[in-house]
Design a protein around this ligand. Structure first.
Ligand code: UTP
Length: 271
């Protein structure tokens, strides 16, 4: 079973500047609820027991959000507002599950993942990118089912507009194994339109093998001089590790850009 999840949160969030110069984008409300809580709820519903947040000194605000007990206790004593009591209970529930590790220089997603090396206990773990919300269906839960069936790594996948391939990790199919799942033969981080092996993109949900850490330790910087998790995944694929692309059935919402963030709030308010 997959019991641990990791969430990289140490990026700079430059696409949401100027807000992100003082604020952690993952706490921004989407239809009244901080974005990160959608991700936490997805994990809890999928049976995850421990969640590791990779933050940085600049994003300590995220830790403070979960560690404001004295403040809540005082307010609750004074006001006895059931809404606040309820929200505080939720925060306490989340807090029990979260561990914090630090990546103070944003050297890339691969480097962020590496910071969790000594905390990962089982052979496989889940990674979620908090900018990528998937609603209407629990993507992590479906992926865990696929992992159980095929005993392999799994990544969420979606067809994207060919013109936008340079924003994503793009993969090449080896073969279809059932209606929603495909074996991957190659994955390339942010390829140009010309070099993209397809228009099939990896979205921010991954079930990764612990073995990835040995690749990350040796991983050289790639696109934009960052250490990408995709490059280490490609090394494992080349050593015949099985990676499955799972075409999820929920709706994908991109909260990492201003347009996407605004649209996400509107979409979620309609649910
Ligand atoms: P992105 O590169 O898509 O987002 O990283 P970003 O860096 O936060 O924002 P922009 O692109 O500057 O607007 C994907 C995820 O990986 C995390 C980010 O916090 C985000 O959740 N990340 C990225 C890290 O934790 N560390 C890094 O070094 C890079």
């Amino acid at each position: 079973m997959i019991k641990q999840a990791i969430i990289p949160l140490a990026g700079l969030g430059t696409r949401l500047l100027p807000l992100t110069s003082v604020f952690a984008k993952e706490l921004l409300p989407i239809n009244g609820k901080p974005g990160i809580e959608y991700i936490l709820d997805e994990c809890i519903e999928a049976g995850i027991k421990e969640i590791i947040f990779i933050i940085s000194k600049k994003k300590k605000m995220i830790k403070r959000y979960f560690y404001n007990d004295n403040f809540y206790k005082k307010i609750i004593l004074k006001k006895k507002d059931p809404r606040i009591i309820n929200e505080y209970k939720k925060i306490l529930k989340y807090k029990k599950m979260i561990k914090f590790v630090y990546q103070n220089k944003p050297l890339g997603t691969g480097d962020a993942v590496l910071k969790t090396k000594k905390y990962i206990k089982d052979k496989f773990f889940l990674m979620l990118l908090p900018d990528d919300l998937i609603v209407k269906n629990n993507c992590a839960k479906s992926m865990i089912k696929v992992h159980k069936k095929y005993k392999s790594s799994v990544m969420a996948s979606m067809n994207v507009n060919k013109k936008t391939v340079s924003r994503w990790g793009i993969y090449k199919l080896k073969k279809r194994i059932d209606k929603k799942n495909y074996i991957i033969s190659d994955v390339v981080e942010k390829p140009s339109i010309k070099n993209a092996p397809s228009n099939k993109a990896v979205i921010g949900r991954y079930i990764l093998p612990k073995k990835i850490f040995s690749k990350l330790l040796m991983q050289k910087p790639g696109k934009n001089s960052e250490i990408h998790i995709t490059d280490s995944i490609q090394s494992l694929i080349k050593e015949n590790y099985k990676f499955i692309a799972h075409n999820f059935s929920g709706k994908y919402l991109d909260c990492g850009s201003m347009n996407g963030y605004i649209k996400s709030s509107m979409e979620i308010s309609k649910l």
